[in-house]
Write a protein that binds this ligand. Structure first.
Ligand SMILES: O=C(O)c1ccccc1NCC(=O)[C@H](O)[C@H](O)COP(=O)(O)O
Length: 217
């Protein structure tokens, strides 16, 4: 029997408080997202990023979210980050210019050509697929039609958008993503997480893939 089992990674996004970092890490999150875009209700500034990032233990990835922001700010923030997440209209060349690992968020508007985007953003570590709402760059709390994601794409898929403890297992079975990403689905209000809901989200991810693993052995 093979023990090769690709575990689905989990990112908890929009963190603003030490207690929520501790809760996400205790629950087993692989990555934590910090929104550096000042237009967000979950935004933190660079000084707060430095404080929060220092709280994150080794082997948990610190991800910074940006929306069409100045290169100088991204460079400074990078000192506290392991991975950059671009949510705007950043070009592949811009995303690569920081010399840091990065992912590109794509909002699933009608007509989006995912294979073409995977080709264009081929230096990305992964594509994060999120719901599309005009004028809102991310964190909408809305799902999209998961069947629009091709079964095979040239880049790993991080599924985002409206995930909750109640729907994440179905999302995993439908999309079979590399990772899942949640913000609003584990919150009381923007930036304020609910530890029990983070636990429940991680538990549902674990159960979904355990069932899948047992089905295959
Ligand atoms: O959270 C925000 O306010 C935000 C603002 C601008 C760009 C991105 C933003 N968030 C992105 C995310 O948190 C993730 O993509 C998230 O998993 C999706 O959010 P949600 O639908 O609330 O789970």
């Amino acid at each position: 029997m093979s023990n090769r089992f690709q575990r689905i990674r989990v990112k908890i996004c929009g963190l603003t408080r030490e207690a929520d970092i501790d809760a996400a890490v205790a629950a087993g999150a692989d990555a934590l997202g910090f929104v550096l875009w000042p237009g967000s209700k979950r935004a933190i500034d660079e000084a707060r990023l430095a404080e929060l990032a220092a709280r994150v233990p080794a082997f948990v990835t610190r991800v910074g979210l940006f929306v069409d922001q100045e290169a100088t700010l991204i460079e400074r923030a990078s000192a506290h980050l392991d991975l950059l997440q671009f949510h705007g209209d950043e070009s592949p060349a811009f995303c690569t210019s920081f010399g840091r690992p990065w992912i590109k968020a794509l909002r699933m508007r009608d007509g989006l050509d995912l294979p073409a985007m995977a080709d264009a953003y081929q230096e990305a570590q992964a594509l994060l697929l999120d719901a599309y709402r005009p004028g809102v760059p991310g964190g909408t709390g809305e799902t999209f039609d998961w069947s629009r994601i091709p079964a095979s794409l040239a880049k790993p898929v991080i599924l985002a958008g409206g995930l909750t403890p109640a729907n994440v297992a179905e999302a995993i079975r439908t999309v079979r993503p590399f990772a899942v990403d949640v913000s609003g689905g584990v919150e009381r209000s923007p930036g304020i997480k609910i530890p029990e809901r983070i636990d429940d989200f991680l538990r549902q991810v674990f159960l979904a893939q355990s069932t899948d693993f047992l089905d295959k052995t």
